[in-house]
Each structure stands twice: as structure tokens, then as C-alpha cells.
Design a protein around this ligand. Structure first.
Ligand SMILES: Nc1ncnc2c1ncn2[C@@H]1O[C@H](COP(=O)(O)OP(=O)(O)O)[C@@H](O)[C@H]1O
Ligand SMILES: N[C@@H](CCOP(=O)(O)O)C(=O)O
Length: 296
């Protein structure tokens, strides 16, 4: 099964918003046998024995009250530790592959809950945005954390994803969660919820201008931007090239710009030019909203 890359947060929607895009995909293959226990083989990046996939299966079996003998192979083509939901997508793809092989249909919320808890292996704490996007596709808004629930939208949005080729930071997402402020003042809180409202309204109306308004953020981004290589130059150049908005993709270092189709190529070139002037090798892709692993 395939699970798409995702850009979580999208500015103001920290931990509750993610978009799935066709920039990259993680794939997983599963076989189900007798016995009880999961063996995971990673092709490419191997995170080790305590990984999001294994933890997601433990949580899934616990929720369902079952145990199966499962062999899983993960082929993850989503750049690791770049802010593209790589660890979450590998867990979602693996769970989806298992469920298909086992002939099981479960509530998508169970898959998202299991994979979201698996994220603690990568981020230090569970978060459900990336995995909801990877599972459902489209633009997903977490509407309740306990009990977990979410709403999927299918807006027609085009992005440019810029991925700097920098050494992956161990525990990157965990470290980028530790730099966040512990509180915000009330005036900032009100501005931020209006931005999240703009994200949701923009998804519902498929209105890029509204989504762009919601991609502004004055809480998470200022805390993280200093740790994102080349971000201020990339931000400047993509907006000059006609992007509607730009944000750190997830916990970074990748960036995600929202564009109109007609400016997509110019914005992609601007991303590459900015990184080149920073002396950073990078990749940039024009990406569309993608379907999720549970949709295919
Ligand atoms: N499947 C995984 N299980 C556990 N840790 C992972 C997994 N994939 C990556 N990691 C580690 O978790 C951190 C964040 O990586 P990752 O989740 O891939 O970032 P992102 O979600 O931004 O793509 C990195 O330190 C990486 O080494
Ligand atoms: N909401 C999380 C999203 C992390 O996304 P990732 O793609 O960097 O794992 C956060 O911002 O910490």
C-alpha cells in the first residue's frame, strides 16, 4: 500500500492540520501468518527496532484485542527527517497493507490513533496530523484529540515543496517540539484561532486565498525558523515569485508554499535559487493534493 507525504501544521494549525500531497510516497507490503508478533524490514533508512511501525502495530492490536503474525517490508521514498511526514507515512502504509492482507476493515480513526501513537517513537510524543493526512488524504483537520476525530476535505490546492539536502538531525521532530513556547498571550491566541478558522474555511470552500491567510503563524514558526536552514531567504524569494503563502512543512526543515498553478514553476525556481544562494543543495517539487492510503 502507498501512503503520501504530508505537510503538517500549515502555519497556524499546529498538531491539528495536515495536507497530503503527491510529492513523495512510502510503500509497504505485508504478509499475514499464524502466531503473534510483527517483524518489520525497512528498505533504505532503517530507524532501528523502536520505530513508528512496530509501535503502531502494538497499538492497533491492543485497540482491536487481537494479535497476528505479520511480516512487513517498508520502502520509504519520503525523505527522512525533513518535515514531510516520513515516519508517520511508513506506519500508515504498513497498517493499511496489513489490513488489506488480513481482509479486515476498521474505522479509519483506529488506524490514525494507532499510527499517531506510533509517532512517539520519532517525535517523543504522539501527534495525529501527519498520519491522518497519510491515511485519509486531502486536507485533514483534527476536530477532537480525545476521543480522536477528524474531518477530511478535498480542496484543489497546488503546492511547491522545497527539501534542503542537510544532514538529518537525530530526533529532529522531538527537538523542534522542545523549542516551542510554553504559553501564548490571549491577543495572540485570538489571532491564531482566526487563522485556523481561515484554514478550515479555505479547505471547505477550496479557496486558496483563505488557506493562504491561515498559513500565517506567530507562535510556532518564529520559534522554529532559526533552526530551519535558508528559511528566511526561501520565504522572501517565493513570495516575490508569486506564492500565496509559505510555511515550514511540519517540524521542518522542508518548506511548503501554496501557489496558483500559473506561478508554480516560477516559485519552484525561486526555491532552488534561494537554497543555492545559501549554499544548500535542495530539491523542489510542484505537488498536488493526494489521496490517502486508506482511500486507494
Ligand atoms: N519510522 C521511524 N521510526 C522511528 N523514528 C524514525 C522513523 N523515521 C524517522 N525516524 C526518526 O525520527 C526523527 C524524525 O524523522 P521523521 O519522522 O522521518 O521526520 P518527518 O516526520 O519530518 O519526515 C528523525 O530523527 C528520524 O531519524
Ligand atoms: N505537528 C507536528 C508535525 C511534525 O511533522 P514532521 O513531518 O516534521 O514529522 C510538529 O510540528 O511537531
Amino acid at each position: 500500500m502507498k501512503a503520501p507525504s504530508t505537510s503538517a501544521n500549515l502555519g497556524s494549525g499546529f498538531d491539528v492540520v495536515a495536507v497530503a500531497h503527491d510529492a513523495y510516497f512510502a510503500e509497504a507490503y505485508a504478509s499475514v501468518g499464524s502466531g503473534c508478533g510483527v517483524h518489520v524490514k525497512f528498505k533504505g533508512f532503517d530507524p532501528g527496532s523502536d520505530n513508528t511501525v512496530t509501535r503502531a502495530f502494538v497499538r492497533l492490536f491492543d485497540i482491536l484485542g487481537i494479535c497476528r503474525g505479520v511480516e512487513v517490508e517498508v520502502v520509504n521514498n519520503i525523505p527522512v527527517a525533513r518535515g514531510l511526514g516520513s515516519s508517520g507515512a511508513s506506519a500508515v502504509a504498513a497498517l493499511a497493507a496489513f489490513l488489506r492482507e488480513a481482509g479486515m476493515k476498521v474505522d479509519p480513526r483506529i488506524v490514525v490513533e494507532a499510527a499517531g501513537h506510533g509517532e512517539a517513537a520519532a517525535a517523543g510524543s504522539p501527534h495525529f496530523d501527519n498520519v491522518a493526512g497519510a491515511a485519509l488524504g486531502g486536507a485533514v483537520v483534527i476536530t477532537s484529540l480525545n476521543p480522536l476525530d477528524f474531518v477530511k476535505f478535498s480542496p484543489r490546492l497546488t503546492f511547491v515543496v522545497g527539501v534542503p539536502d542537510v544532514p538529518p538531525t537525530p530526533n529532529k521532530t522531538k527537538l523542534m517540539r522542545e523549542v516551542l513556547p510554553k504559553s501564548v498571550d490571549f491577543k495572540t491566541y485570538v489571532k491564531q484561532i482566526s487563522r485556523v478558522a481561515a484554514l478550515v474555511a479555505g479547505f471547505a470552500r477550496s479557496d486558496p486565498a483563505l488557506v493562504a491567510r491561515g498559513m500565517a503563524d506567530e507562535v510556532v514558526e518564529p520559534a522554529r525558523a532559526p533552526h530551519v536552514p535558508g528559511y528566511s531567504r526561501v520565504r522572501k524569494y517565493v513570495m516575490e515569485a508569486g506564492a500565496l503563502a509559505v510555511a515550514i512543512s511540519g517540524a521542518g526543515p522542508a518548506v511548503v508554499a501554496l501557489v496558483n498553478e500559473k506561478e508554480a514553476d516560477a516559485v519552484r525556481s525561486a526555491v532552488l535559487r534561494a537554497y543555492a544562494e545559501e549554499g544548500i543543495k535542495a530539491e523542489a517539487k510542484v505537488a498536488q493534493i493526494a489521496e490517502g492510503a486508506l482511500e486507494t
